[in-house]
Structure formats: C-alpha cells, structure tokens
Ligand binder design. Structure first.
Ligand SMILES: Nc1ncnc2c1ncn2[C@@H]1O[C@H](COP(=O)(O)OP(=O)(O)O)[C@@H](O)[C@H]1O
Ligand SMILES: [Mg+2]
Length: 257
C-alpha cells in the first residue's frame, strides 16, 4: 500500500525554484531516504508534506485518500504524520521529559479531559502521560537525562530528544531531517539502529533526509537523489552508489568545498 504519493510538486521562492515538479511514491513500512547536496530541496519537501509551505503546484496524497495540501499542519499531525526539523524545534529552557510529553499532544482528547474535570482525574492523566514519555526515553536510552534542561545538553542528544518528541505522537509516517547531524560515528550507528527499530517494531514508515551516506546505505530500502529541486534517480542504495550521475553530483560538491 502506498502511504504517500507525491505528484508534480513545484515550489519556488521569489523565482528561485526549490522543487521542480517532483513525483514519487513511498510504500507503507519503507525507510525511504532523500539525499542531495545542500539546497537541493529536501527540507522544502518535508515542509510541504506537513503543509508549513504552500507549493505553487502539485499534490501530496496520504494513505490513498487524504489530500495533505488541503489540510492544516495540526490536522496533518493528528492524521499520524510526525517530523523532526533540521534546526531543532524544542523548548530549550524546559526539561527533557516535558519536551517529550509535548509530543503526546496530537493524540490528546480534550473532551476526555473536560468530562473528568477534577484535579484527581487531571493528575492521573498527567501521570499516564509521564509514563508514556518515560517509555520513549527508555527506548532511546536517554532516561538518565529526563530532568535536565534541553539547553544544557549537547546537540546530538538534543536531536535524540526531538526524535522522542516525534515518536510520542505514535506516528504512522515519520519524517526525519538529518537526525545524525552533530553526532560522532558511534552515535550515528546508534541512531541507525533506533530508526530501524522504529520501523521494525512499531511499523512506522520513515522518510529520512541524511548526509551520512553510511547511515542511509545501511538502513534505507530506497533512496531518492535530488539535485536543484529535481529527481536525479530513485533506487536501491547499492544501485545508487554506483550510479555515475550520483557520483558526479557528490564528488562535484566535494571539489567545490
Ligand atoms: N523559507 C524560504 N525562503 C526562501 N528560500 C528558501 C526557503 N526555504 C528554502 N529556500 C531555498 O530553497 C532551496 C532548497 O532549500 P532546502 O529545501 O532547505 O534544501 P536542502 O534541505 O536540500 O538543503 C534553497 O535554495 C533555499 O535557499
Ligand atoms: Mg535541509
């Protein structure tokens, strides 16, 4: 089953074309990687999926029936699409545990709260949310940081906390924008293991933007290579790394640096 179908998506910023009519589909249960040089349109694509950006043209269909570009971002979150951001979106002067609890929000049923509007009922909801958040911290192996302020922690750890916040929503589709940025090799390996486990154990479909080629090769089922807002190719990682067009793009970037 296709969980996401993208058709002729076009987005430009005052004449600068960020996505030039791209189209592809993602199967349920896939780990689908998006790679490409800086500025190739990867984050813009994510911003279109949860409708933070309004593309000028095209369509994004979720689970075969939901037209995402006709929905608002909070409705999209409620439909089971969660994401992390390239530049973290966390409450930096709030504790780790509360940041994870914020992620539970799309599933909160306000009517349930209002029906039981007593202090005792609210406290028990709060306790239940706290337990959920601790389960996620456990899964990520970062329980010991639960009472620390986010701002006091290193960037790589903040990335994991953001992943936890996204997971708290129990998404069906998870969009991860450079989850291993700021991490060393062993931390990146751990992130790769976690992403795989999120798919294998929770049945979550994953769209992954990532620069670390070792990481994408080791866990992605398919890769889509973007260049200047256009799709160069889509295929299995072992095919992609041998593709001369792809090699040229990445070597080109290195020689420019
Ligand atoms: N909000 C924005 N306003 C203007 N230009 C933008 C905005 N977001 C992205 N762009 C431009 O769109 C292009 C693609 O950017 P982006 O999607 O962030 O690339 P990537 O994530 O692949 O590095 C870049 O040229 C970038 O400067
Ligand atoms: Mg980006």
């Amino acid at each position: 089953m296709k969980i996401l179908q993208v058709t002729d998506l076009f987005m430009s910023f005052r004449g600068l074309v960020a996505l030039n009519g791209i189209g592809f589909s993602v199967e349920k249960g896939e780990i689908f990687g998006l790679i490409g040089t800086n500025g190739s349109g990867k984050s813009t694509f994510f911003n279109c999926v949860n409708h933070l950006y309004q593309p000028q043209r095209g369509k994004i269909t979720y689970k075969g029936k939901h037209d995402l570009l006709s929905k608002r971002s909070h409705q999209i979150a409620k439909m089971g699409i969660a994401r992390t951001f390239q530049n973290l979106e966390l409450f930096h002067y709030t504790r780790v545990l509360e940041n994870i609890m914020v992620g539970l929000h799309p599933r909160l049923d306000m009517r349930r709260y209002l029906r039981k509007f007593t202090l005792k009922a609210l406290m028990s909801e709060w306790e239940a949310d706290k337990n959920e958040a601790f389960k996620i911290l456990n899964f990520l192996g970062i329980t010991r940081f639960h009472s620390r302020l986010v701002t006091d922690l290193p960037y790589g750890l903040q990335k994991l906390i953001e992943l936890g916040r996204a997971l708290a929503a129990q998404p069906d589709l998870l969009l991860l924008d450079e989850p291993s940025a700021g991490m060393n090799e062993s931390e990146s390996k751990e992130v790769a293991r976690l992403i795989k486990s999120i798919r294998d154990d929770f049945g979550c479909t994953i769209l992954l933007v990532e620069h670390d080629m070792n990481l994408v090769q080791s866990i992605c089922d398919r890769l889509c290579v973007l260049d200047s807002g256009e799709i160069v190719t889509i295929g299995r990682p072992d095919e992609i790394v041998k593709d001369p067009k792809v090699i040229r793009i990445f070597l080109g970037e290195e020689s420019d640096a």
